[in-house]
Ligand binder design. Structure first.
Ligand SMILES: [Zn+2]
Length: 312
């Protein structure tokens, strides 16, 4: 249903780090500021991770990591608590595309306080990354094993991570909304390049019609439109072209979780379960995971077999 499908074969998950083959940029509207924002993605050195750079603020940088998240109310926002101007909002859909594409190192230039929202999904970011291409680097890729179950709750909402028997991240998400157009939905997936592209990448962010007035009164969602969000009014979808999938809402929540969890700083080996989980719980989950050394460990794949040793 309208996904961007790469003509190139999808490489198998590699043991080495990857960056972009070349720089690529785009211009789009910021969902909350309504500003025209330029985004440019550049190759970066191995072990440098994901770094955001505010080119309009003397090139000040913010690491794309969970411990630099300063706000999670409407989107995931990274920044410097001591300098309120130094922030980048709505990073989650790009983070999800980077995670699913297997990009470890990238420098992300942005000339405003939020990323362009594009069509409200991760599909356009996947397209940008495909256009730039991937470059393999020499350093081995790290992953983070979840060793003990961790769980965070907020009322009846929760998010948890459990150890996995096999490598990679498996996700289960469920939501429940009074709006009849959404209702109760659940979706499970094992994260890989193909499942992300084929099953969730093009699922858009959504909002309730009655919330739009409050957002506008607060000076937010100035760039929001039916071109970049699904708008729900009770049982009705206000977008003339309707939904991309009947359960687009829960699938979008999974895109958000994939992006938020990639702020761990490496891919996770674990099982994520979220119920009504959004940016706030997703971030609290990572903070809880990393708060205790026994909850997790770094795992780096061995690139070359060890030389055989003669038996003693
Ligand atoms: Zn989202």
């Amino acid at each position: 249903m309208g996904e961007t499908v790469s003509a190139r074969p999808l490489p198998t998950r590699s043991a080495r780090q990857h960056t972009l083959r070349q720089s690529i940029s785009c211009v789009g509207i910021g969902l909350h500021t309504g500003l025209r924002i330029r985004l440019a993605l550049h190759p970066a050195a191995e072990n440098s991770g994901i770094l955001f750079r505010r080119v309009d603020l003397d090139g000040r940088t913010i690491p794309g990591r969970f411990d630099h998240v300063i706000d999670t109310r409407l989107s995931t926002v990274i920044g410097d608590p001591a300098n309120p101007a130094l922030r980048v909002a709505t990073i989650e859909h790009l983070m999800a595309a980077l995670s699913a594409t297997g990009i470890d190192n990238v420098l992300i230039d942005v000339d405003g306080p939020e990323l362009p929202v594009l069509d409200g999904s991760a599909a356009d970011f996947v397209f940008l990354l495909d256009c730039a291409g991937l470059a393999e680097q020499a350093a081995p890729r790290a992953a983070i094993d979840v060793l003990r179950p961790v769980r965070v709750t907020d009322g009846d909402a929760f998010a948890e991570l459990r150890p996995a028997r096999e490598p990679g991240l498996a996700l289960a998400m469920s939501i429940a909304f009074p709006a009849a157009a959404i209702g109760e939905q659940s979706f499970t997936a094992r994260l890989d390049r193909r499942s992300f592209r084929d099953e969730i990448a093009n699922c858009r962010t959504f909002t309730l019609r009655q919330e739009i007035e409050a957002l506008h009164a607060a000076g937010l969602a100035r760039g929001g439109s039916l071109d970049n969000a699904v708008v729900v009014d009770g049982a009705a979808i206000l977008n003339p072209s309707g939904l991309r999938r009947p359960d687009e809402f829960v699938r979008h929540k999974m895109v958000d979780a994939v992006g938020d969890l990639y702020l761990a700083g490496a891919t996770l080996n674990g099982v994520f379960t979220g119920h009504k989980s959004g940016h706030a719980l997703n971030n609290r989950l990572l903070r809880t995971l990393f708060a205790e050394a026994g909850n997790w460990r770094f795992q780096t794949r061995t690139l070359r077999p060890q030389p055989l040793r003669a038996a003693a």
